[in-house]
Ligand binder design. Structure first.
Ligand code: AMP
Ligand code: MG
Length: 400
């Protein structure tokens, strides 16, 4: 059996995503744009901050005036939000953090270094240099500057940066409508009574969570019985209204694994045996003209193949410039002698700076993924001893 390296499949998957037809973008109020992918660049039409302002509560002055004498009358009081009159030579202004610097002033002395004498004048205890405690106009952003290029997935602080420029609407990639189906005669939906030989459909919920977290619209395609005619009908119907179908199960080479056959006859099929554990069987195909990503049935394999292969397809399809997971080198806190033929993406817990395996690693076991803080890559053919640096993929990155 020839196993396909994960990266080879990933390249084909990314290529497939990039060849999908362009979709119209969506204009959203900034408040709803978190996590969305910018469809076009954003430029600022103003400087931020828009005017010189004070970094301190204190006194604004012309720094040169201090050479003549260290006491100046207080000519005005400037709080944040005011538009101050110019500062007359030989005077100073009471000023507060964020308030505009009056024309003519070039420095602010903090109030701790100023004493107010009996006549109400400000006595400066130290020399003041030009520019001191002044936040200059445009220090953060310059008019015309590109804040973000298209493809940026918006973080909370990005929303703040965009808002600081006075912009309240952004153009983002339209979320995809994604049909999710689970194949298998053994599946029951949770909430119904368990019956002999049956198990509950967990993949549907894992996939729902993964897709919702990515801001995509999930269309529930239900359970597909192991019946080729039914599977074909349901897939074709779902394909009519969806941009993508994600399935789990039925892509091995068992007698009841019909998905491959249906895609081959009614669309397109690339079926891989991936050099990855968990998650060997993986399908990239099409039902009529709708893309289908066929995941294995085992619950841990669903999680891992989604994160390594489906998420990059989605992000690439949506035009994101960052679509690959970030691995961090972390020291192993365990011994691993079972070097296999496939790269293993083990569920792992980062504890006190060392990685531990988080329980049972079988592809049918999902609870160890809930105990884990991420995945650790155990490369094919490599044994691991404590202290060895391994690629760690934290869930904080994988699941965002
Ligand atoms: P399959 O790929 O269809 O051969 O399924 C592989 C294993 O995953 C079998 O033990 C199935 O019972 C199990 N499985 C398939 N689909 C699901 C699902 N939606 N939820 C939980 N387990 C599943
Ligand atoms: Mg099955």
């Amino acid at each position: 059996m020839i196993l396909t390296p994960v990266n080879e499949a990933l390249n084909q998957i990314l290529n497939h995503a990039s060849l999908q037809p362009a979709r119209p973008s969506l204009e959203l109020p900034l408040q709803q744009a978190l996590g969305h992918i910018l469809a076009s660049p954003i430029n600022t039409r103003i400087d931020v901050p828009p005017w010189d302002n004070s970094a301190m509560d204190g006194y604004a002055l012309r720094s040169a005036d201090l050479a003549a004498g260290a006491t100046l009358p207080i000519a005005q009081r400037i709080t944040a939000g005011l538009s101050p009159a110019p500062l007359s030579p030989g005077t100073c202004a009471r000023i507060f953090t964020g308030a505009p610097i009056p024309a003519g002033a070039d420095a602010v002395e903090m109030q701790e270094n100023v004493e107010i004498d009996a006549r109400g004048n400000a006595h400066f205890l130290q020399p003041v240099s030009s520019g001191q405690n002044v936040r200059p106009q445009g220090q953060d952003l310059h008019q015309g500057q590109t804040l973000f290029t298209g493809g940026r997935r918006l973080l909370p602080q990005d929303l703040g940066v965009i808002a600081s420029c006075g912009i309240d609407r952004v153009s983002v990639a339209q979320p995809l409508r994604i049909g999710v189906v689970s194949t298998g005669d053994e599946l029951l939906e949770p909430g119904s009574a368990l019956a002999p030989g049956k198990i509950y459909n967990s993949n549907r919920f894992t996939l729902f969570g993964l897709l919702t977290q990515l801001g995509q619209e999930v269309i529930d395609g239900g359970i597909l019985a192991d019946d080729p005619d039914l599977i074909r009908q349901q897939l074709q119907q779902l394909g009519n209204t969806c941009d993508l179908i994600i399935s789990s199960g039925g892509v091995s080479v068992g007698e009841a694994d019909y998905l491959g056959q249906i895609l081959r006859e009614n669309g397109q099929l690339t079926l891989w045996k991936l050099a990855i554990k968990p998650g060997k069987p993986f399908t990239l195909g099409q039902i009529d003209s709708t893309p289908v990503l066929g995941l294995p049935g085992n619950p841990a394999a669903v999680l891992v193949t989604f994160l390594l292969l489906v998420k990059p397809w989605l992000l690439r399809r949506l035009g994101a410039s960052d679509y690959l997971p970030t691995a961090l080198p972390m020291p192993a806190g365990f011994v691993w002698n079972k070097a296999g033929k496939r790269d293993e993406y083990a569920r792992a817990l980062l504890h006190q700076g060392r990685l531990q395996l988080s329980g049972h690693q079988s592809s049918g076991i999902l609870s160890s993924a809930s105990q884990a803080s991420g995945l650790v890559v155990l490369p094919a053919g490599v044994e691991v001893k404590p202290g060895d640096l391994l690629d760690y993929l934290p869930f904080t990155g994988l699941l965002s």
